[in-house]
Ligand binder design. Sequence first.
Ligand SMILES: N[C@@H](CCC(=O)N[C@@H](CS)C(=O)NCC(=O)O)C(=O)O
Length: 222
Amino acid sequence: MGCGSSSIQVAEVPNCNKQLLLGYWDIPLRAQPIRYLLELGHFPYTEKRYAQKDAQEWFGKDKQNLGLEFPNLPYITHGDYHLTEAANIANYVIEITCQQNLLGCGDDKYRIGNIRYVCDGLIIDVFKTLKMTAEEKQKLLENNIIPDLYSLNEALGEKTYFFGRLTIADVYAYCAFVNFKLFFPNEYKQFASSFDHLIINFEAIPEIQAYQKSDRFPKFQL
Ligand SMILES: N[C@@H](CCC(=O)N[C@@H](CS)C(=O)NCC(=O)O)C(=O)O
C-alpha cells in the first residue's frame, strides 16, 4: 500500500483563518486526544468547557441552540464547519495541523488505527466503571479492560512508542493508560514497567509539558 497525500491541503481548509472552538466536558476524557493534537500542532483554539455539575448548560441550552447537525460532545465549530464525533474531529484536526505523519502510512496506518481505536474504547470503559456497581465494574475489568491492556502490553513491550516514533496510537494510548493508572492504581502496577515508558516520553514532549503546566489542561476532580 502506498502513502497517498492528504486530500485537503492546509491552505484549502475551509475556514482556516477562523477561530476554532472545542466544546466538551471539563474533564480529560473523549476530547483529550483532540486537545493534545491541537497542542502538538500549535493550533490556536478556544474551549467551551461544560461543568459536569451544571450539565444544563449543555443539555438544556447549547445542545439545541448551536445548530449542530448531530448535537453531541465533543463538538468543534470552525467558521462554517460544525463537526461532532470525536474520531472525526481528531482526523480533521490532524489535517488542519498538517500532522498526517501521526497516522502512519502503508500497512502501518491500519495497525496504528487498531491501537488507536482499542485505546479510545478503553478511555470510555475505564470512565464507565466509575458509575458502576462493584460487580459490574469487576466484570468490565476482567472481561474487557484487563485483556485489552495485556494485548497492548504485548504490542508495546519495551518500546517507547508503539511504532518506534510518536503516532496517533500513542496519543490515545497515553490517555487510556493515565486514566487507568489514576482510577486503578493497584491493577496498573502489573503494566507499569511497559506503560510508564510511553507515559514518561509523551509527557516529556515540550508542547505536552507546557500544556500540562498550563491552566488549559483539565484534570479529574477526585
Ligand atoms: N459517538 C460520539 C459519542 C459522544 C458521547 O457519548 N459524548 C458524551 C461524552 S463522552 C456526552 O456526554 N455527550 C453529550 C450528549 O449526549 O448530548 C463520539 O464519538 O463523539
